[in-house]
Design a binder for this molecule. Structure first.
Ligand code: PRT
Ligand code: ZN
Length: 284
């Protein structure tokens, strides 16, 4: 049985649970006090933990897999394998200074105090840039440090930027970008590695589906070749005759990013009645 560590409650929890459920792995994630849950239909046990503890548990083999932010993985420096990027909980680790401060670059922080919960990532960044500063490690509410005179600058996680803004700070340098990742213990047994392969197959099918849409449209039969260039589909589009003479219905799969850039060309080529439908799973 695979033991999978996910965050008990926080910014990673809902999307981590959703990912495994979309992979068809059922488990009880409902009761808030629960620490463990065994899947009813997959050989996996879920452990609900604080995110900071997950890389350590995975390194020690207490858990075989875990989901954490890349920021936590890099900061803890644990010897685990990064298996896959998961695309959610995206954020950045940034330097910020009081709004009125003039900013010419990171060298402005030479000899200054910086408050952060990420001393390792910040320390490496300063070293790479040849800057020596005092790093004040604090575990929370980093953004208030300048206003209480604890530090001249902060290095904190930013998502929308509103926390910095409401504390009178401005973001001046992004030093690290993060998203949720799947990590694994370094030496999985053969059986566990096979289970991980199964999970990865499912995760990739879920992720591919999220980036693609099913497209249906009507067009003159003579336009099929032109329209096909923009929506080649997984192998080739399906073409079905319409009752209207000389017209067909064309079905394909389109990458969401390509949709808006190609829609005009598809219409100019004669497409009409275009429908875009979500795909639940996609296996190439
Ligand atoms: O209790 P536990 O230790 O498990 O959770 P936690 O409180 O340490 O972590 P949590 O749930 O806040 O975040 C988990 C992970 O989500 C982080 O390690 C990041 O990888 C990721 N993430 C994504 C974020 C944010 N967005 C985020 N906005 N983590 C923290 N924040 C905080 C940030 O610290 C700051 O206080 O939100 C504030 C900034 O947000 P904006 O939107 O105002 O810029
Ligand atoms: Zn935490």
């Amino acid at each position: 049985m695979l033991r999978i560590a996910i965050q008990k409650s926080g910014r990673l929890s809902d999307d981590s649970i959703k990912l495994f459920k979309e992979c068809g792995i059922q488990f009880d994630s409902s009761s808030s006090g629960k620490l463990k849950s065994i899947s009813a239909n997959f050989p996996a046990e879920f452990l609900f933990l604080r995110d900071d503890d997950i890389p350590g548990y995975v390194e020690d083999g207490v858990a075989d897999l875990g989901i954490v932010g890349e920021n936590v993985y890099t900061e803890t420096g644990r010897e685990v394998t990064v298996v896959h990027k998961l695309g959610f909980s995206k954020c950045r680790l940034s330097l910020a200074v009081p709004r009125g401060t003039q900013w010419n670059g990171v060298q402005d922080l030479q000899g200054r105090g910086i408050a952060t919960s990420y001393p390792r990532i910040l320390g490496n960044y300063l070293k790479e840039n040849g800057v020596e500063a005092d790093i004040h490690e604090i575990s929370g509410s980093v953004e208030i440090a300048p206003s209480i005179g604890l530090a001249d600058a902060v290095c904190d996680i930013v998502s929308s930027g509103s926390t910095l803004l409401s504390n009178g700070l401005k973001e001046v340098e992004v030093i690290y970008r993060s998203e949720a990742i799947l990590i694994a213990a370094p030496n999985l047994s053969e059986e566990k590695a096979l289970l991980l392969d199964k999970i990865m197959f499912r995760i990739k099918a879920v992720q591919a589906a999220q980036n693609h849409k099913y497209i249906l449209l009507n067009c003159p039969a003579a336009s099929v070749n032109e329209i096909m260039q923009y929506i080649p589909g997984m192998k080739a589009p399906t073409v079905l005759p319409l009752v209207t003479e000389g017209w067909v219905s064309l079905h394909s799969v389109i990458n969401e990013n390509d949709f808006w850039s190609n829609i005009e060309k598809i219409r100019e080529a004669g497409a009409e009645g275009i429908l875009i439908i979500p795909i639940e799973k996609m296996i190439r």
